[in-house]
Design a protein. Sequence first.
Length: 126
Amino acid sequence: MTKKFRITHLFLLFLALFVVGFGVHSFLFAQADPGSLVSLNESNGAVDNSTEREILSLLLELKSITLDTGVFESKAFNALKDFGVTLEPEPVRRVNPFAPIGVDEVTTEGGSSVEDQEEGELETGV
């Protein structure tokens, strides 16, 4: 036998062993009925009924929660400062920035195009 022929046989032997091992593993460790993650099983009414009761009890617990609004009247809350930044609106340049130049001209009520207005805004700095 040549060396290439021998290597090919060894590769096929290992491949066959791998496939057989995977099949045995899948057979031995397979779940009885994997099903789906969400299933509607009508024959299991007791489980559905208990689940419904549990959800309803959780909803009732949520409804009974009350919040103490005295926190908003405390000195500590009133001492908090807002460090937020107000964003100034930027002028809109083009309707579609990815369209070729001259394609997205839209006329307004005054008869001028959007691009004409933009050029005027750029020149006047408005």
